[in-house]
Write a protein that binds this ligand. Structure first.
Ligand SMILES: NC(=O)c1ccc[n+]([C@@H]2O[C@H](COP(=O)([O-])OP(=O)(O)OC[C@H]3O[C@@H](n4cnc5c(N)ncnc54)[C@H](O)[C@@H]3O)[C@@H](O)[C@H]2O)c1
Length: 297
């Protein structure tokens, strides 16, 4: 009798160990059973409020799409008012659950005062993705002050300013949170015609480390992603010359450029509780470009 009881107890314990993890807020696995998996459906963002900059297009748009599919409310920030309107209309049918939705904030991140006001208007944010960016293709000898200042303001200063507003708000509320910046593979690798742009992205990488150091004690994690060429409006324009695109592609061991969804997926992971011990990293999403150190002409 005793032996039968012990056997039953052992079976019960084993069953307990095999039980799937309880879904967690902002990172639980909510749709493992869904097949084929819809991008963004793997995470449950119910009750989370996310601020996504550059959300009218490209990587920011894909991140926003995945977040609302998982139940988040997304505050979409961009200076492209028409683009924001179009994205809000396109994502409305994809919002999952009562709390999911999109609200929009139009602001030019090249304007320091407008940037702070826009971040404050976003309210109590749990998740922040800084994706807005601008790239002017200039070599070292061609960089002009106006282009330098614009790229520095939008790609670097605004990232710092928005993160400051969001982090202050999180700390005041005693809320934990996650922040992801969109940097670039060119932050660590010199690439022709990317002089000032690369400088701004190197700044983003460093900002990521400082934020991880200073915000970590408050339970706020900061990471950045460093994509190769992504087939967004910005990427297509920058690499439209096939004579330039071919050698770049050949320098990527996977032999192709990235899709916006492939960048969004890593960003979602970094935002989620699944990355709960990941802080201060710059993660290449480059098909092996940096690993190969191949020479570009
Ligand atoms: N596409 C690539 O090849 C690539 C590669 C590496 C890194 N990145 C980075 O990814 C991020 C997203 O770029 P993307 O490829 O999705 O490009 P995208 O052009 O599709 O999206 C950028 C968004 O930022 C917005 N934006 C630009 N300037 C702004 C300003 N002053 N104020 C407010 N919004 C502004 C644009 O309106 C647009 O919606 C950028 O930071 C970019 O530097 C892109």
């Amino acid at each position: 009798m005793l032996r039968a009881c012990l056997f039953a107890l052992r079976l019960a314990l084993l069953a307990g160990f095999q039980r799937p993890a309880v879904p967690q807020r902002g990172g639980g696995v909510a749709a493992l059973a869904a097949a084929p998996m819809e991008r963004g459906a793997a995470f449950d963002w119910t009750g989370q409020r996310a601020l996504v900059t550059g959300a009218a297009s490209g990587i920011g748009l894909e991140v926003a799409r995945s977040l609302v599919r998982g139940g988040a409310h997304v505050v979409a920030l961009d200076y492209d008012a028409a683009g924001l309107e179009a994205m809000a209309a396109a994502l409305a049918p994809e919002c999952a659950g009562a709390g999911a939705g999109v609200s929009t904030v139009v602001a030019d991140l090249g304007d320091a005062a407008a940037t702070v006001a826009a971040a404050e208007a976003a309210g109590d944010v749990d998740l922040l993705v800084n994706s807005a960016g601008v790239g002017r293709m200039q070599g070292f000898m061609d960089v002009d002050v106006e282009s330098f200042d614009l790229m520095m303001a939008v790609n670097c200063r605004a990232v710092l300013q928005i993160s400051q507003v969001v982090a202050r708000n999180m700390i005041a509320r005693g809320a934990k949170g996650a922040i992801v910046h969109v940097s670039s593979q060119s932050s660590t690798q010199a690439i022709r015609q990317r002089c000032a742009y690369s400088l701004t992205k190197a700044g983003v990488d460093h900002l990521t480390k400082t934020m991880a150091l200073e915000l970590g004690p408050h339970g706020i994690r900061t990471n950045c992603v460093n994509p190769t060429v992504v087939l967004t409006a910005l990427g297509k324009e920058a690499w439209k010359n096939p004579d330039k695109a071919r050698p770049m592609k050949e320098s990527i061991p996977l032999g192709r450029f990235a899709e916006p969804e492939e960048i969004a997926d890593t960003i979602l992971y970094l935002l989620s509780d699944r990355a709960s011990m990941v802080n201060g990293l710059a993660i290449p999403i480059d098909g092996g470009f940096l690993a190969s150190r191949a020479h570009l002409p």
